[in-house]
Design a protein. Structure first.
Length: 66
């Protein structure tokens, strides 16, 4: 789980960018209203979901995915 002291994404990332949201790796689909972006994620049960989340809740990926 990311810590609050981890670096945050400060600008809206371009479409297709991979980022970390909570405990998942997500793909940014584009801008939503206000300070939100649309993301696509795959949950533990295998379902794919598209959600609008606040930009401040996205964290950049580390150098290593796995």
């Amino acid at each position: 789980m990311p810590r609050p002291t981890d670096r945050l994404i400060k600008r809206k990332p371009p479409r297709g960018t991979l980022a970390r949201y909570r405990d998942r790796i997500v793909e940014v689909l584009g801008e939503a209203r206000g300070q939100r972006v649309m993301i696509r994620s795959v949950h533990g049960d295998g379902t794919e979901r598209r959600t609008a989340v606040k930009l401040v809740n996205l964290l950049p990926l580390d150098n290593q995915l796995f």
